[in-house]
Write a protein that binds this ligand. Structure first.
Ligand SMILES: *[C@@H]1O[C@H](CO)[C@@H](O)[C@H](O)[C@H]1NC(C)=O
Ligand SMILES: *[C@@H]1O[C@H](CO)[C@@H](O)[C@H](O)[C@H]1NC(C)=O
Ligand SMILES: *[C@@H]1O[C@H](CO)[C@@H](O)[C@H](O)[C@H]1NC(C)=O
Ligand SMILES: *[C@@H]1O[C@H](CO)[C@@H](O)[C@H](O)[C@H]1NC(C)=O
Ligand SMILES: *[C@@H]1O[C@H](CO)[C@@H](O)[C@H](O)[C@H]1NC(C)=O
Ligand SMILES: *[C@@H]1O[C@H](CO)[C@@H](O)[C@H](O)[C@H]1NC(C)=O
Length: 434
């Protein structure tokens, strides 16, 4: 092709793009946020772009139970010409459910230190550290599943103290919340673009390739087919906040589901079932879903029951138990375990929901983790006492969510989940809008 032809076609392509952006961009229905897994910390993160003229792009950890976006970025700090504080006693402060007002007198004001500013606690879920400071807003740039670039002009967040970054995966500068608040990412997108508050999360088992799709849209195959036959269960609320410092409003931020029992190879574990319900007065108990926990944690008495039953069922399959490797309570000789399409062939674990026939089933790929070339362990851990509030009995962690399609219909408080995508010969790395 002659250079001049190339120039002309590029030029007309650019014209076409700017024309369609300015005039013809159809109303977006859904937005995509590609997900990476940090293999050192097992944290899942996405990338965001924020700021008007000189926007900054950085990674943030995805927290299903997080309240809002918080980050600390020197690059943003230096370029933050379009940062605006959310002032006290404003409608935006009420929407943010801010706790109190701060007065900070730097001149000129900088992100995180502005006068008369609506404030709230940001929680680092890895260290338990909470950072109290002012909330601000700026332009968040988002990409629709059709590829169009759109702006959320007043996206609220906290520019946090750098100490809050401790414990975050190295490539990240903060955390973005998908919890049940009005300033979480999906809530803001839903309000701004008048779309349903629904999102589909598909976290990868390593590296990049997962996807978070916010809004309703058709998926590529086989995901479109898979999404038509999701198993559903109500998303329930805990009336007591699991964040210790939530004084005003006590918003339920995390997503809980109603688990009725746990089975190993179809045999129900026996433990005190009171642990499975949420105590309406203390907020203790129940089952929540957290992408910021690597492995599902279980209350000590549930964990003990699981380990005992799992070891018994494994040994009956001629699997050899070996010394445990912390934090895991049951480990096995990898050479005594066959491997198949859904990972190591071990006893099946079911989280049973509203009836015996409605369950979330975990095969070896989600129930076992390799700790060395010869040893693989049951990828569940004993829950530790709460860092910041009432203790939840079961916290379903990221490892158990990998390679499942999870549809959070926040608008109608319903969770839809697929069977393991490995059964359909696919994985979250393939998941996208069609
Ligand atoms: C940002 O853009 C606005 C509007 O175009 C302009 O008024 C302002 O001076 C710009 N700020 C910087 C730092 O470039
Ligand atoms: C800070 O804001 C308060 C409340 O609006 C106001 O009374 C005060 O004068 C402000 N202080 C400075 C230094 O701007
Ligand atoms: C928030 O929770 C605390 C303790 O759990 C309770 O004392 C308080 O009344 C609650 N506040 C609201 C507004 O519900
Ligand atoms: C089960 O646990 C609850 C809450 O800890 C306790 O009140 C109840 O007595 C226990 N039931 C049994 C049978 O141990
Ligand atoms: C376990 O090993 C024994 C002895 O080698 C054998 O008879 C039995 O069939 C094996 N069981 C399974 C489930 O593989
Ligand atoms: C756990 O939460 C309860 C109730 O909020 C609180 O009383 C207790 O001190 C917390 N435990 C820890 C270790 O923080």
């Amino acid at each position: 092709m002659a250079p001049s032809t190339l120039q002309i076609s590029l030029f007309s392509l650019l014209l076409l793009c700017s024309f369609s952006n300015a005039q013809n961009t159809p109303k977006p229905k859904a937005f995509a946020f590609p997900i990476n897994k940090d293999d050192t910390t097992n944290q899942y993160y996405t990338s965001i772009q924020i700021g008007s003229n000189s926007s900054t792009t950085f990674n943030v950890v995805i927290d299903l139970g997080g309240k809002f976006l918080w980050f600390n970025s020197m690059e943003y700090f230096s370029a933050a010409s379009s940062y605006r504080p959310i002032l006290c006693d404003t409608q935006q402060c009420r929407i943010a459910n801010g706790v109190g007002c701060i007065f900070c007198f730097l001149s000129p004001p900088v992100p995180g230190c502005t006068n008369n500013t609506c404030s709230d606690y940001a929680l680092n879920p890895f260290t338990g550290t909470q950072g109290y400071s002012g909330l601000g807003q700026d332009v968040l740039h988002v990409i629709s599943t059709r590829g169009g670039l759109h702006n959320l002009n007043n996206f609220p967040f906290q520019f946090s103290d750098p100490v809050l970054r401790e414990g975050l995966a190295r490539p990240t500068a903060g955390l973005i919340g998908l919890g049940r608040t009005r300033i979480a990412l999906q809530a803001q997108l839903a309000t701004t673009f008048n779309i349903r508050q629904i999102f589909t999360l598909c976290v990868p088992s390593s590296g990049n390739g997962g996807n978070l799709i916010i809004g309703q849209v058709a998926y590529n195959n086989p995901f479109q087919e898979i999404s038509k036959s999701l198993i559903t269960t109500p998303l329930i609320t805990n009336p007591v906040s699991t964040f210790g410092n939530e004084v005003i409003g006590n918003l339920t931020v995390e997503y809980f589901i109603n688990v009725k029992s746990i089975r190993v190879d179809n045999k129900a574990l026996s433990f005190n079932n009171t642990l499975l319900s949420i105590d309406k007065n203390t907020g203790e108990g129940g089952t929540s879903l957290r992408t910021v926990r690597s492995y599902t944690s279980l209350h000590r008495s549930i964990y003990t029951a699981l380990v005992n039953e799992f070891v018994k069922a494994a040994v009956s399959k001629n699997i050899t138990r070996v010394a445990s490797v912390a934090p895991f309570g049951a480990c096995f000789d990898a050479n005594s375990i066959a491997s198949g399409k859904t990972g190591p062939e071990v006893p099946i674990i079911d989280i049973v929901l509203k009836s015996k026939s409605v369950y979330w089933r975990f095969y070896g790929s989600n129930s076992m983790v390799r700790v060395s070339s010869d040893v693989i362990c049951l990828a569940f851990v004993e829950g530790s006492p709460n860092l910041t509030g009432p203790t939840t009995s079961i916290v379903v962690g990221g490892y158990q969510m990998e390679n499942y399609l999870l549809e959070f219909d926040v608008a109608s408080s319903r969770l839809g989940f697929s069977t393991s995508l490995l059964l359909s010969d696919t994985s979250c790395s393939e998941f996208r809008a069609s």
